[in-house]
Ligand binder design. Structure first.
Ligand SMILES: *Cc1c(COP(=O)(O)O)cnc(C)c1O
Length: 382
């Protein structure tokens, strides 16, 4: 089967970085303060305000953020933590960093997210916490899961790696959350190259989180710098170097200012995909859940049997016609790293990871690109 090849390859994702970000990074370099400093503090404050949380603690990645979140809520070796298998593998790995066991729960077919029922099905007396993911930017039902977690007496950690700019019940994802972890990897909507953030309301956790990311020191480098007197630091516990740099934070501040515009544009492109795909039988694109709005960080399409062609064949045809699509969200329990784990049956997870693909969606995607992509999908089955 051959279709016309467009003049350029259409990437699945493109970081929205421009001259303003480049200038902000250059300013940070010229300031002479490149490690964690004033720009990190400003980025933390602005990000937390934006997502409706009291405090932000910047770190080197979302993976680091998840690790520190698990320590914060008191997870210890031998504990069980319920996570979706249908997630980037970092979600499950973070649980192993603290010596605990990741127990995989199944997800909802339309949102790709944990539900009260799927978590309850694998809950045991050893469950110590739950990590729920706002997968691909699609918010999970925060009202239902936060309520159930508090009834069960379990802390709910929110993996919001993909969810900057998503909302649930009319508020930003992160607002009202016990603790949320965010990613600024270039695959995400808001990027600092690498980077992550924790948002929390509890002030006691904030103090410890700031220590844990900085070798367990009781005073930060910024505090020491600001003090006229020599400050002797103490190292209160064995901790980590999970700091963000001021160069990253300078970029993050610019990106944050553009977030709303980026999300609005993505949502318009997603709506256009919905229109174009509407009359192709057997293709089910991701949509907003009834309680919230996704930032369409990942625009996935579930391929049902009525479409007539399997996912991998579709991916191959897209690749042959200049389109970088991707398989859907991975399932950690199917990877060699988790071969020693036998989870309870995860039928929805396995269906989603087998039968979904992610179509290109980014700020530079054009209507012509979308027409070409959907044209390939239509031609394959006509
Ligand atoms: C990307 C991602 C992570 C990891 O983020 P890093 O910043 O690369 O460590 C964790 N969880 C989910 C759901 C992700 O999509």
């Amino acid at each position: 089967m051959t279709t016309e090849v467009p003049p350029r390859r259409i990437p699945v994702m493109l970081p929205a970085l421009g001259e303003e970000e480049a200038l902000a990074a250059a300013d940070a370099v010229r300031s002479g303060w490149v490690a964690q400093g004033p720009r990190v503090a400003a980025f933390e404050a602005a990000f937390a305000t934006g997502v409706g949380a009291a405090h932000g603690v910047a770190v080197s990645s979302c993976t680091a953020a998840l690790h520190l979140a698990l320590i914060s809520v008191g997870v210890e070796p031998g504990d069980e933590v319920i996570v979706p298998s249908l997630s980037f593998i970092a979600t499950a790995n973070a649980v192993r960093y603290v010596g605990a066991t990741s127990v995989f729960a199944d997800v909802d077919l339309s949102t790709g997210n944990l539900t009260v029922a799927t978590v309850d099905a694998v809950r045991t007396s050893r469950t110590r916490a739950v990590i729920a993911v706002h997968q691909g930017g699609v918010p999970f039902d925060v009202a239902a899961l936060r309520d159930a977690a508090s009834r069960w007496g379990l802390p709910l950690i929110e993996d919001a790696a993909c969810a900057a700019g998503s909302t649930a019940y009319g508020r930003p994802v992160g607002s009202g959350s016990t603790i949320s972890a965010w990613s600024f990897h270039p695959r995400k909507l808001l990027t600092t190259g690498e980077g992550g953030m924790l948002t929390v309301d509890n002030p006691e956790w904030v103090a410890r989180l700031r220590r844990l990311r900085e070798h367990g020191m009781n005073v930060s480098a910024a505090d020491r710098h600001a003090s006229a007197q020599p400050v002797l630091e103490a190292y209160l516990e064995t901790a980590f170097n999970y700091r963000m740099t001021d160069i990253q934070a300078a970029i993050g501040l610019v990106q944050l200012g553009r977030l709303e515009e980026l999300v609005t544009h993505r949502r318009a492109l997603a709506a256009r995909y919905h229109e174009l795909l509407a009359d192709i039988e057997g293709l089910v694109p991701v949509r907003d859940p009834e309680y919230g709005e996704t930032n369409f960080q990942s625009f996935w399409v579930l391929i049902n049997r009525e479409y007539g062609v399997g996912r991998d064949e579709v991916l191959a045809e897209l690749a042959a016609t200049g389109v970088s699509a991707r398989r859907g969200i991975m399932a950690a329990h199917l990877e060699p790293a988790y071969a020693d784990v036998t989870p309870a049956p995860l039928p929805v997870t396995e269906r989603l990871t087998r039968d979904t693909l992610i179509l290109p969606l980014h700020h530079a995607l054009t209507e012509d690109d979308q027409n070409h992509i959907v044209g390939v999908l239509r031609k394959l089955v006509s």
